[in-house]
Design a protein around this ligand. Structure first.
Ligand SMILES: Nc1ncnc2c1ncn2[C@@H]1O[C@H](COP(=O)(O)OP(=O)(O)O)[C@@H](O)[C@H]1O
Ligand SMILES: [Mg+2]
Length: 294
């Protein structure tokens, strides 16, 4: 089977400053792929190129089998992109927006209504279903915008920082909607600043830094590359009192504790996180985590 996305040497500069400096990447069909990077790393630029909104300066990209530069119409007909709240029509209600999208995508009136009701429920908009979206709050518009991209399953769904500004419940609903879509065969390409989100959701993760992909693999592979588990002893105030690498087995933890000697505090076995991955591969402090951001 063809890959859903194939990027070869993709480059883009703004005013002479390279933002993407020769990106090679392949994403398989049905994969959930997360592009992880700090603010300004070039994530939106990458999505814009892959969705034909921005031409690359260098390289080629194929999406759902077609070249973004020479075949943009075919690419567009096979993808969906969120982050364009402009797609929401303020004069229409939530239901009307979703039904219209369903009808434009070839659903029957009945199918379109059923799908609309299901998505309104899923994105916690049922109570506001019959209100004009002009009266929606920012968070509600954002959820409706996401719902619109789930009306029909595209070949590839692009989500640019989809959970930014969502509350915990909506974030979980979105994750489960993304998983369901991927199970039905849609490839999902999402960007995030949240290490935790990439870890929980994505089959594979790429870390974008200074215009290049500095790490690529499953979250588990990246973590394995970064280091082993450690036994930590922390004092009552949470400060680290001692730490030592371990293999995580009972015998290993026991001997690690012996080696640490007589310490006061709480013991925990810490696995490497994507924060550690970020630090190891970019030499920079990781972007804030989901919990800190919430
Ligand atoms: N249209 C543009 N013109 C000039 N500079 C831009 C433009 N779009 C993005 N940039 C710059 O490119 C860099 C990457 O931006 P972006 O792709 O939006 O990053 P991210 O989405 O990862 O936060 C930033 O330094 C940004 O200021
Ligand atoms: Mg962005």
């Amino acid at each position: 089977m063809d890959a859903a996305l194939t990027l070869s040497g993709i480059g883009k500069s703004f005013a002479g400053t390279p933002v993407l400096a020769g990106i090679d990447l392949e994403v398989a069909q049905g994969e959930i792929f997360a592009l992880l990077g700090a603010n300004g790393a070039g994530k939106t630029t990458m999505i814009s190129i892959l969705t034909t909104l921005l031409p690359p300066d260098a390289g080629t990209a194929r999406v759902a089998g077609f070249d973004v530069t020479s075949d943009p119409d075919r690419v567009r007909s096979r993808i969906a992109l969120t982050g364009q709240a402009a797609a929401v029509d303020g004069i229409l209600t939530g239901t009307e927006n979703l039904v219209m999208m369903g009808r434009l995508s070839g659903l029957s009136p009945r199918e379109a209504r059923a799908r609309a009701a299901q998505l309104l429920e899923r994105f916690a908009l049922t109570d506001a279903a019959d209100r004009r979206t002009a009266t929606y709050s920012g968070g509600m518009r954002r959820r409706l915008d996401l719902a619109l991209s789930f009306v029909v399953a595209p070949h590839v769904l692009f989500l640019d920082e989809p959970t930014t500004g969502l509350d915990t419940r909506s974030r979980r609903e979105l994750w489960s909607a993304i998983r369901a879509l991927a199970r039905s065969g849609t490839t999902v390409f999402l960007t995030t600043q949240y290490l935790e989100e990439a870890d929980i959701l994505a089959d594979r993760v790429a870390v974008l830094d200074a215009g290049r992909i500095v790490a690529l693999g499953t979250a588990a592979e990246l973590k394995a590359h970064v280091g082993t588990d450690t036994v930590e002893v922390r004092g009552a105030d949470g400060a680290l009192v001692g730490s030592i690498p371990t293999d995580g087995t009972v015998a290993g933890v026991r001997s690690a504790l012996d080696e640490l000697g007589d310490l006061e505090g709480m013991v925990l076995v810490r696995r490497p996180t994507l924060d550690d991955v970020f630090l190891a591969f970019t030499g920079a402090t990781a972007p804030q985590t989901q919990e800190e951001a919430a």
